[in-house]
Each structure stands twice: as C-alpha cells, then as structure tokens.
Write a new protein. Structure first.
Length: 157
C-alpha cells in the first residue's frame, strides 16, 4: 500500500474526492509559546493494491516531536461524568476496500480520508512529524515545523 498526505486549514472527503482549503503548508508561525492552533486538517489518499482488497486494514496517525516522543492531539471526555478527560495520542480506524467485479487484475483502488485536529497545543517550537501506519507498518512521514516569529513592535529600544 501507499499513502499520500497533505496538511491544510480544512479538508473533507466526499464521494472519493478530497475538498480542501489552505492546502500544502508545512510551517506554522506563532507569536508565543505555548500556543493553540485552531485547526489542522490532513488529507489522505491510500492506494490499495488489488491483492489487499476484501481485507480489514488499520490506519493510525500520530504526531511526534524531534526526539520521537508522541505529542497529544487533544483530550476526550471521560467515560462517566466523574472521570477526568483522557489524552488522545492517535487518530485512526479500520477500512476494507471491496473489489468490484469488473476491476482488472492488478489495478489498485484509492481511498480518500480527511482528518481534523482542533485546538492543537504546542508547548515549544520545533520540527514535528505526522506518522501514518497501516497494519502496524509505518507508511508515510509528513514533517511540519512550528516557529516563533517576532511581533511587530516587540524589538528592544
């Protein structure tokens, strides 16, 4: 299998196509740290070979810092009202692509997906990498740098 992916401001997968806004960036420029970025969308296409159709597969996506440490993607509420929120370390799910009866042997199928991470918190600047795995095998790494830029009027006098 093969994965293609891109970062965007917004993305949606509809009827086998990805519709996206603000596509193709790999740098976030922020005024200070820690910072919270409102939304990071990820457009994903998975090329499924003929021989991998009609099988269950698992896709997982996580974010790592320069040292290979996983970065939390956010929080989800606890199971009961008394539970504290739990950190979300990865996104993903299972997929199974059927093989149409008229698909010629050897042809691949393409799956399109869009993921969104809202309120992503960054504690410091650095190089971060989105890692995509299928069935436990790393398939794609998508780097993203977070930089602090000086604010206008913040220069010393």
């Amino acid at each position: 299998m093969e994965i293609d992916a891109f970062l965007a401001d917004a993305a949606e997968s509809v009827n086998g196509k990805i519709y996206a806004l603000g596509v193709g960036w790999n740098i976030l420029q922020v005024a200070q740290f820690p910072t919270v970025h409102p939304r990071i969308a990820i457009g994903i296409t998975i090329h499924v070979p003929y021989t991998a159709t009609n099988q269950n597969h698992a896709l997982l996506v996580h974010l790592e810092d320069e040292d290979g440490n996983r970065i939390p993607l956010g929080e989800r509420p606890g199971v009961s009202p008394d539970d504290s929120p739990q950190q979300v370390g990865e996104l993903g799910g299972e997929f199974n692509v059927g093989r149409p009866p008229l698909l010629p042997p050897g042809d691949e199928q393409v799956i399109t997906l869009a993921l969104a991470v809202n309120g992503m918190r960054f504690e410091r600047p650095g190089l971060f990498t989105w890692t995509f795995t299928i069935d436990g095998t790393p398939m794609k790494r998508l780097p993203m740098r977070v930089l602090q830029v000086p604010q206008v009027g913040s220069l010393g006098r």
